[in-house]
Design a protein. Sequence first.
Length: 267
Amino acid sequence: MDVFEAAQHGDVAAVRAALDAGCDVTAVDAYGWSPLHRAAMGAEADPARAAAVLAALLDAGAPVEQPGGDGRTALYLAAEFSQSPEAVELLIARGADPDVTDGHGNHITVNAWVPEVAALLAAAAGAAPPAPGEAEPVPERRLSRAEWRAAEKRIGAVLDGLEAAGFVALADAGTTQSDGFDDCSEAAGERAGGPDGLVGFCYYTRQDAARARRTGHLLLAFWGAPDGSPRTMERAGGLVVGAFREAGFRVHWNGTGDSRPSVDLTG
């Protein structure tokens, strides 16, 4: 087992042995991830063990802000993969910046796996309260299987409409936001005529679906073609939100390209 695999599996003893043998804590694997990034991903299986590995790597000089292959830092990954705050708290305490985005413009606070972690990040970043007039989300509620199946059908119909309007619109697109963006990019390349006429992407991941079943709120990801500029992002986001609202969904969104719309499935 190499140091990357040991870090992701939360194997503190193996990681320390690799450090004692002189492994380079800044080295990256074929995907651009350092041992610190892999340890942060390991928070999905065991946040406490991941935190212990992260501490060992940081003690050995691993740079806390080293970007991964797609721009995500270790803190971003810990927030995205972890279902409890241990790894996130440790990285913030060690100086990780909580006010960051990934390579696609998704902010760490809106891409966190659980509300507890999102709240921790927002507090650490000094996030401002909602702007006057911005709708507050309704309380969370776990959906029954029947409710989720019904919601999936309604969501699927909206995604189909977005496809017809020039979007690549995917459900359950990978596990992470980066996976989903890659799936949409691949689908755009396979479209008849290629990406010509593409309006943008709209998708949600398997993590987003699991969160939606647990909370009753589905976070959507979107991107505006051709370049993801603020203007194209806001246009694409407005079209996505408008389509869901026309289908009868309540959607909370602040109108900016770096905020993910939240679709209320509880009504």
